[in-house]
Design a protein around this ligand. Sequence first.
Ligand code: RM4
Ligand code: MN
Ligand code: MN
Length: 448
Amino acid sequence: MPRFGCKLNNIIKSVNCEHKKMSTMTSEFNGVSADQRQKHQTGIEYLKNVHELSDNKFAELVSAIQALQVAIPSWALGTGGTRFGRFPEGGEPRTLDEKIEDVGLIRSLTQATNSVSLHIPWDIPKDVAATRQLLESNGLIIDSVNSNTFQDQTGQALSYKFGSLCHTSDSVRNQAIQHNIEVIEHGKGLGSKVLTVWLADGSNFPGQHNFRKAFSRTQKSLEQIYKAMPADWTLLIEYKPYEPSFYSMVIPDWGTSYQLSQGCGERAHVLVDLGHHLPNTNIEQIVARLLHFGRLGGFHFNGSQYGDDDLTTGAIKPFQLFLIFHELASGARDAAVDNPPVAYMIDASHNLKDPLEDLMNSLENIRSAYAKALLVDVTALEQAQKNNDVVACEQILQRAFQTDVRPLVAEARLRSGGTFDPLYTFRSRNIRTELISKRGRKTVATGL
Ligand code: RM4
Ligand code: MN
Ligand code: MN
């Protein structure tokens, strides 16, 4: 295996060039043994057989999986923490450029992401032209820009302690609106066309808020932000039931986001973050509803046991993730559904795992859930639903869900120029060690 230099760019180039070399060799498969390659082929044959997939159908599945691209947020490349502590991994990106390089690395290994989301002011580019250039050389674009009115920044005139867009004071609300407009300006410079707003606004004690008035003020503030967006921009309104406010959040649920988006106009949509629901919420039904209303705008993927746990996507509830993709896929097939393209992003935090490994894990799980959803026998399902054959309905879903689709996902990755096993490549090349030697052991990435 070639040695890579100390620059991340060189690592990316070496991954790319090694891939080209390996794909022409028969004895190795991106550093994975011939035996592994054989098993991969056997897996594909098995899939084709069991699901009666013609070569054409198989090729269609592969290209659908290749097309699923999920953005990486600039704030998820460092180690996460809780209010009790943080245990850095080392080699974390110190600057926006290094974050972009990290996403470029994930891209070259997985080919499952082509964009980065930015949180402002955590990641304001110093030199827009240079950032655009760096993005381009890494095959990336900026997905959404995200405003931050949940923290007070140094030098900020007024505090968000008691809210931002919902605040009782005109001046605080105006400051928060102006911040969102600045975020749009940064986004314009970088070629983004999506503004995501997540508000921490809420109350901690009964009586603190006049619920109706707090909602109206928020609606009016959002309308002003919406009006300030260029005509080809989309506003995504994210909801969350609790945290940091523990008695009430101004935008706690999809219904509130939906109502707010309707008030703003047709380019305002709802963003579903998987961790932003109370336990046991039927998220797939929310997805179906929003598709039905044509207002599903974006997704933040992560895994959750209790709340906004921000764990690896699919780690805890893989079946739920599959059911969500089943709704997305069925919405995409239905001509009656008139929904804009959905912006996918991973919104996770990595307290224990290496952030890059964790993000690659999530990408793999997301694509697997999608691949399984694409294997659902929709004709049979529709018939079984018409017949009220509950057992058959469930069996049809289980048949797809229980399929091992890893060979299919790997095949999609390989055909796009990614590696056979991104995690294996990442580890066998000691990429984290390289990053630590380049950036240092105690680096801290901006973010939460
Ligand atoms: C929130 C929410 C937002 C993200 C912030 C950092 O819980 O998920 O999407 O911007 O965290
Ligand atoms: Mn989120
Ligand atoms: Mn969250």
